[in-house]
Ligand binder design. Sequence first.
Ligand code: MUC
Ligand code: MG
Length: 373
Amino acid sequence: SAGGRVKLHSIETAIIDLPVARPHKLAMAVIDRHSQVIVRIRSECGVEGLGEIAIIPHYGEEAPGAIKSMIDDCIAPYLIGHDIRRLESLVMLMDQVIKNNAYAKGGIEMACVDALARSVGVPAYQLFGGKVHVTIPLLWVLGNGVIDKDVAEAEAKLAEGRYKLFLVKIGKGDPRENVERALAIREALGDKARVRVDINQGWDEPTAKWGIAELEAGGIEIIEQPLPAHDIDGMKRLTERFSIPIMADEGVMTAQDAMRIAHHHAADAFSVKVTKHGGLLRTKQVANIAHAAGIRLFGGTMIEGQIGTSAYAHIFSTMPNLTLGAQLFGPHLLTDDIAPATIEFKDHALVVPDGPGFGVTLDTDKLAFYRRR
Ligand code: MUC
Ligand code: MG
């Protein structure tokens, strides 16, 4: 056994920029290269762990350079020598070192979980109660911003047998045009597919009252984050008003956010993401609050590659109330990665990897190639 030597020896970070299959249009950004901060940790006994922090530009308060510096200069120096088996205590220590900064902390914790699970030879999900899902239904995000292109892309995904659940991003520009675009896509796909929308905080309450009614009547199945993240009262009124499920994403970051939303009944569902909650432990905490409150879960993404997607899948697999699938489409939008493709996809679903750790190995040549300098 590793005895008492599973101590953190080093934490290294690198910013990478990965190519994408097509420009991905969101409310706040167009992604034509996707940036990630990669975290590599090593224990004194030589066990390694990998973390990945994917960043959508202009999405939140985070930026790659700031995350890298936060880890290298502000957090890592305090963690060296800490026993990674005491994971919760490591997360508490990070919270003492600096407030918030969930992405930076989440990337470090992710790498520690990988190393810890590897050191005991188990899949990461085994540290969080084991898997209740063997596969997780997948959702593809249509991000062309143009009806014909989105429909053609969805048809191609349907033909491949990989996706039959789609999400349209409708938070940018004229709400009327956006609602029409979502309904046109829904109409064109007919019974072959199900369609959801993400407004990414783009509407005010009167617009949401009008828009959600239209979308519900047109057969859209879920409405994600229609109002600004802070507007819990507005989200509560929409959740009460409509029978179509209202999902919180940007509005649920911390466990306290989850408590508040659960208390006020201000969402029917949460989109959970390891980075925004600050690691696998905190993600599971948010999920547990949701479970207790009868709130359903959707596995979110910041468009992760092999490492992040596997980490997300491991923790998602342990959540009984994760019944709305996952948008872990990153490995199919990114056209290259710094780790060989190991995650399997089958029957419109992702197969939860079986480790050890996250089961992903780094390709150091690729890391050197994509590394920002
Ligand atoms: C979000 O708000 O869900 C993830 C994938 C994507 O295309 O947008 C996001 C963020
Ligand atoms: Mg979202």
